[in-house]
Design a protein around this ligand. Structure first.
Ligand code: AMP
Length: 395
């Protein structure tokens, strides 16, 4: 069975085509600047790469080009080979607790929930509508970033604010990166051959979140009503006191949207370091003696350690600590510093084993009370797996 995983942004469309018989990637690529001058695409297949500038007015143009290219590059021989399409959807509110077959009702809901994800849900819908137009008979599945976190219980997802905000406006913690957290939990369960595990997963990329997972179910996560909260990120602040917002509005004569924009785009690593949002640049800055880079890293490490400690208590211990995403998979230094701060919980890193980037590996010392792993995430594969299962179950 061949399945395409789609991650549509407002002017981009990322895809991976899988042969789900053995989960191999037949092709992957990115369509960029859709609807903007200079639109182009890159397709990778069989160790080859095609890159071309071509006009794309909208996502339907991008999907048409994608499908035509899959045929002209001999990656597939006809459209019928594509048996299902899986779409990443950021917000499913509290209605979608798992991935679902896309129906008119699902499309309507994704549209309704856009007030909770004003940039992402409309962009995800563009991808869904383009495929629906061009491959109307092919079943499609929505895989929600929020779904994995729907097992979080009320005492953990509620904010201590007027209860009416929750009952009338659905203000609560939703959590994000759910597809990645689920993928990591499943990978660890398979590798260790056990499901009864207490896992703390650190998804540390430009956006970062932690999840506390028990017996395969999410118990708590660090992102909240939006992806702005939790740990320090590339440009997002993570947790801050809400009273800062009106204070800065007054000081800088800004409106609320401008200050929220500062918290989303000018904070985190970038805000403190005044140098870069990228942890590689921060590490270089530290090596060059930049004090603000050192502060930014210190603040990041501290915020991650605080959440791990909190989740350790919440789960009543931790069998497995996992690191994933750009920083989690590649920053030897960040992993080392985070785990060093957790010595009082009996966690201990194997410095030699940790000296690796981007591959699955156990990195805990033999006498560590918690097993520690690097697990490369693969959200596209998780989307394709869910899509295959749901489409087969609905035949
Ligand atoms: P992601 O959002 O998961 O794609 O992660 C992207 C981030 O990972 C980048 O902004 C960097 O901060 C970080 N990153 C990627 N490669 C490395 C590396 N080799 N060392 C340290 N950080 C890295």
């Amino acid at each position: 069975m061949k399945v395409i995983s789609i991650n549509a942004g407002s002017s981009s469309l990322k895809f991976q085509l899988f042969d789900m018989n053995d989960e191999t990637v037949l092709a992957s690529g990115l369509f960029e600047r859709i609807g903007i001058e200079g639109s182009c695409y890159t397709i990778k297949y069989n160790d080859k790469k095609v890159k071309e500038e071509v006009e794309m007015k909208d996502h339907s143009d991008a999907v048409k080009i994608l499908l035509d290219k899959l045929i002209s590059l001999n990656i597939i021989s006809s459209f019928e080979e594509i048996e299902a399409v899986g779409h990443r959807v950021v917000h499913g509110r509290d209605k979608y607790t798992e991935s679902v077959l896309i129906t008119d009702e699902v499309i309507e809901d994704i549209d309704t929930f856009k007030e909770f994800a004003p940039i992402h849900n409309p962009a995800n819908l563009l991808g869904i509508k383009a495929f629906k137009e061009i491959l109307p008979e092919v079943p499609m599945v929505a895989v929600f970033d929020t779904a994995f976190h729907q097992t979080i219980e009320e005492e953990n997802f509620l904010y201590p604010v007027p209860y009416k905000w929750y009952t009338d406006y659905q203000v609560r913690k939703y959590g994000f990166h759910g597809t990645s957290h689920k993928f990591i939990a499943k990978t660890i369960e398979e590798k260790l051959g056990r499901k009864d595990l207490r896992i703390i997963n650190c998804h540390l990329g430009q956006g970062a979140s932690l999840a506390a997972i028990k017996d395969g179910k999410c118990v708590d996560t660090s992102m909240g009503f939006t992806p702005l909260t939790g740990v320090v990120m590339g440009t997002r602040s993570g947790d801050v006191d809400a009273s800062i917002i009106p204070f800065i509005m007054e000081k800088e004569g800004k409106n609320v949207h401008e200050v929220i924009d500062d918290l989303n785009k000018k904070s985190g690593f970038l805000g403190i370091s005044q140098h870069s949002s990228d942890s590689r640049d921060i590490e270089e800055g530290i090596a060059a003696g930049n004090r603000n880079c050192a502060l930014a890293e210190e603040k990041f490490i501290r915020s991650v350690v605080n959440y791990i400690a909190q989740y350790y208590v919440l789960l009543g211990g931790c069998d497995v600590l996992t690191f994933t995403a750009g920083i989690g998979e590649n920053s030897i230094n960040s992993r080392l510093k985070i785990v060093s701060e957790l010595a009082s919980l009996g966690m201990k890193i194997d410095v030699e084993a940790n000296n690796v980037r981007g591959e699955f590996r156990k990195i805990s010392a033999d006498d560590s009370k918690t097993e520690i792993y690097i697990v490369p995430t693969n959200e596209e594969l998780m989307i394709a797996r869910d899509t295959k299962t749901i489409v087969e179950n609905n035949r």
